[in-house]
Design a protein around this ligand. Structure first.
Ligand code: PLP
Length: 366
């Protein structure tokens, strides 16, 4: 949801209706919003403004980067390594490149969701043009050691693409320190509006546009800029980072309480990822024998909205590729339950949720 603190601002800027590429006054007002937004994003990430491209979503950012690196295919640099648990935006684009002739290697994870850095080292070869490892997984909440992955990639001279969609706005990201060459994020994950994505590329990397046309985004991304969305996204990120420690403490304590409460009431529950190595807003569980989908629907009717798998893949009734990669069988991989908390949740809601989930699980068991 859009940060409630920004709703007045949203009304205010709605009247700024110029096109940021127009030279008249309305256009210049729009341009100022865009410039201020880019400044906020660059400061928040500690990178140069010229290394940021504003897009429509993380999927577009990912497609832009992968197609820029690999197309047209070069037989000497056609190898891509991706972790098995990447978001479908990345996996599907990688598979598409594979169909066009790129070589794809999948980096596995173990039963706890950990990557094997030695395996990553052994997959790298002269032809490797890119490694893609996400900062944290959108289903399980597992946080990956991006610093170490980046160090390894740098040592091998291979660029690293990091999908930070689940991390930006929840943890600080300093691009002067983090050894990544490309990074993507999406505004709706930090209470910005839907439809705004970020793409960072390091100064030494080349980027070819996916969308061709006008000179917007310095030619890296043609198309009239979504100035309202972009500005609110920048303000949402500013707000999230300004109050980050407070938000983290509030959300983490609710998430831990939720887990304790559920574990006491439903002893069969299995925790997928240790809380210490998971995003502080995420709790991923399984209740063996009960499908996530049926629990989701019963909880929805009781007013509690949870997820199974990725929101982008829901409705597909396919077992989660993330849980399968962790070694679960098809049935187990349909049992995932993801509770995502935000700063707008309250402890009262968490207490109520514990009662309701226990009751609903009890009902489904029968
Ligand atoms: N990567 C991750 C980890 C995500 O969670 C998501 C969406 O939730 C995406 C990529 C795709 O983002 P978008 O919907 O902005 O394209």
């Amino acid at each position: 949801m859009l940060a409630s603190e920004l709703q007045d601002l949203a009304q205010e800027i709605w009247n700024i209706n110029g096109n940021a590429s127009s030279v008249h006054q309305s256009g210049q007002k729009a341009r100022r919003l865009l410039n201020e937004s880019r400044e906020i994003f660059a400061q928040s990430l500690n990178c140069a403004e010229k290394n940021l491209v504003l897009t429509s979503c993380a999927t577009e950012s990912i497609n832009t980067i992968l197609k820029s690196v690999f197309l047209p295919l070069d037989a000497k640099k056609n190898h891509l390594i991706v972790s098995a648990v990447e978001h479908s935006a990345l996996l599907e684009t990688a598979k598409n490149l594979q169909e066009q002739g790129a070589e794809l290697s999948i980096l596995s994870v173990d039963a706890k969701g950990n990557l094997d850095l030695a395996e990553l080292g052994s997959l790298i070869k002269n032809e490797t043009a890119l490694i893609a490892v996400m900062y944290a997984n959108n289903e399980t909440g597992k946080i990956f050691p991006i610093q170490q992955v980046g160090d390894l990639a740098r040592e091998a001279g291979v660029p690293l693409l990091c999908d930070a969609v689940q991390v930006l706005g929840k943890y600080p990201i300093d691009l002067k320190k983090l050894p990544v060459d490309f990074l993507v994020a999406s505004a709706h994950k930090f209470h910005g509006p839907k439809g705004v994505g970020l793409l960072y590329f390091a100064p030494e990397q080349k980027l070819n546009p996916l969308l061709l046309g006008g000179r917007q985004e310095r030619g890296y991304r043609a198309g009239t800029e979504n100035i309202h969305g972009i500005y609110l996204a920048a303000k949402a990120l500013e707000l999230a980072l300004k109050n980050l420690p407070d938000y983290e403490q509030h959300i983490r304590s609710m998430r831990d309480y939720l887990y304790q409460g559920l574990a006491e009431k439903i002893p069969e529950l299995q925790l997928t990822i240790d809380l210490d190595s998971s995003l502080y807003n995420t709790l991923h569980l399984r209740r063996p024998g009960i499908s996530g989908e049926s629990l989701l629907m019963s909880l929805d009717m009781a007013g509690i909205e949870i997820s199974v798998g990725s929101a982008c893949d829901s409705g597909s009734l396919e077992p989660s590729h993330v849980l399968m990669a962790m070694g679960l069988n098809e049935q187990e991989a349909m049992e995932g339950l993801r509770f995502s908390l935000s700063r707008y949740n309250t402890m009262a809601e968490i207490k109520k949720s514990i009662e309701v989930v226990a009751r609903v699980v009890g009902g489904l068991k029968k």
